[in-house]
Ligand binder design. Structure first.
Ligand code: TYM
Length: 329
């Protein structure tokens, strides 16, 4: 065993995966593969916390594998697996529900509140408990680092709290994980309303650009994106949130530095800027989709089979250790 740190992260196979999740999460995973031992999950049991059509879900699980591969996650270096194929995740979630997590923790979770709004009574119990399953995902692999977008920070904090509580009671069972959040791009905002984050569950698809969007459509979405008052291209999140967001997308997908972009666009208007950004997005999507389309169903199956085998091995031995510690084994 080498002494590389362990990294775990995951994405739900729900909705159309968009550039926000790519920028906030997956793009950093790719770079981290060299340095860490990485485990990347397609978290289908998280996806079913809200209603899913079975046929679509099956399709989206495979799509997510292809997205991981096309983005540059290498199955020879990293473990890629489907969460539901390793039953230790739900088993540990139950143990954490009983031995570590408290109602008060979950009552604080802002994502649950944002998601259910006024419909709390009809939300599934799973949606409320979702952060505990996420803690189980992370803790099972003795994870040191969890690279995520900003919206997941509170959930990783909860995983830390649960780990510390259980360690206090049962001895040093868990590594206390740490969130890794990008300085720029950890919170990409909606194209039509820069006060809201870009989200794959947004019913208005013009707010986001999916990685598998038709390229002309994606360009149109950029051209229709809202801008701020004034005319200057400056990076000011408070005063010019729409342009700041578009600059972030430009920098992230075009591999550019924001201060450099601001210099280059001095004296130019929003129209020119958006036209160029539309081209940057188009090129990025084109390259990405080229790679995506070359991945076969067979390859997806192989990756999932091998990933499940490798993940299961690690997860099962950790779960056994925990079962012994709490007295059920
Ligand atoms: P999910 O599927 O909602 O999102 C996947 C990743 O994309 C990031 N993200 C964003 N980043 C920047 N700007 C945005 N607007 C934006 N929207 C989404 C998310 O922060 C996330 O990193 N609960 C998790 C999945 C999960 C997980 C885990 C993650 C389950 N178990 C264990 C890490 C470790 C989720 O629903 O992500």
């Amino acid at each position: 065993m080498d002494n590389k740190k362990i990294l775990f992260s995951g994405v739900q196979p729900s909705g159309s995966f968009n550039i926000a999740g790519y920028i906030g999460a997956i793009s950093q995973w790719v770079k981290m593969q060299e340095k860490y031992r990485c485990v990347f999950s397609i978290v289908d049991y998280h996806a079913i916390t809200v209603k899913q059509d079975p046929q679509t879900l099956r399709q989206q699980i495979k799509e997510m594998v292809k997205i991981y591969l096309a983005a540059g996650i290498d199955p020879n270096k990293s473990i890629i697996f489907q969460q539901s194929s390793v039953s230790a995740h739900t088993e540990l979630a139950w143990i954490l529900n009983c031995c570590g997590a408290r109602m008060a923790d979950l009552n604080k979770m802002t994502q649950f509140k944002d998601k259910v709004g006024a419909n709390q009574e009809s939300a599934s119990v799973g949606l409320f408990d979702y952060p505990v399953l996420m803690a189980a995902d992370i803790l099972l692999y003795s994870t040191d680092l969890v690279p995520v977008g900003e919206d997941q920070k509170q959930h990783v904090e909860l995983a830390r709290d649960i780990a510390k509580r259980i360690n206090n009671q049962f001895g040093d069972l868990f590594v206390v994980p740490q969130a890794v959040i990008k300085e720029e791009g950890a919170r990409i905002m909606s194209l039509l309303n820069p006060d809201n984050k870009m989200s794959k569950s947004d019913p208005n698809q013009n707010n986001s650009i999916a990685l598998l969007d038709n390229i002309d459509l994606a360009k149109k979405k950029i051209m229709k994106a809202v801008t701020d008052s004034g005319t200057e291209i400056v990076y000011d999140k408070e005063e010019k949130p729409a342009i700041a967001n578009l600059l972030t997308i430009y920098a992230q997908l075009g591999n550019r530095e924001i201060p450099r972009l601001v210099k280059d666009y001095k004296g130019k208007g929003y129209g020119d800027f958006k036209k160029d950004l539309a081209e940057v997005v188009a090129k990025f999507l084109n390259d990405f989709q080229d790679k995506y389309n070359k991945i076969s169903e067979k390859e997806v199956e192989n990756v999932l089979r091998e990933g499940a085998r490798r993940a299961e091995k690690i997860a099962k031995s950790k779960l056994d250790e925990i079962k012994k510690a709490i007295g059920v084994k």
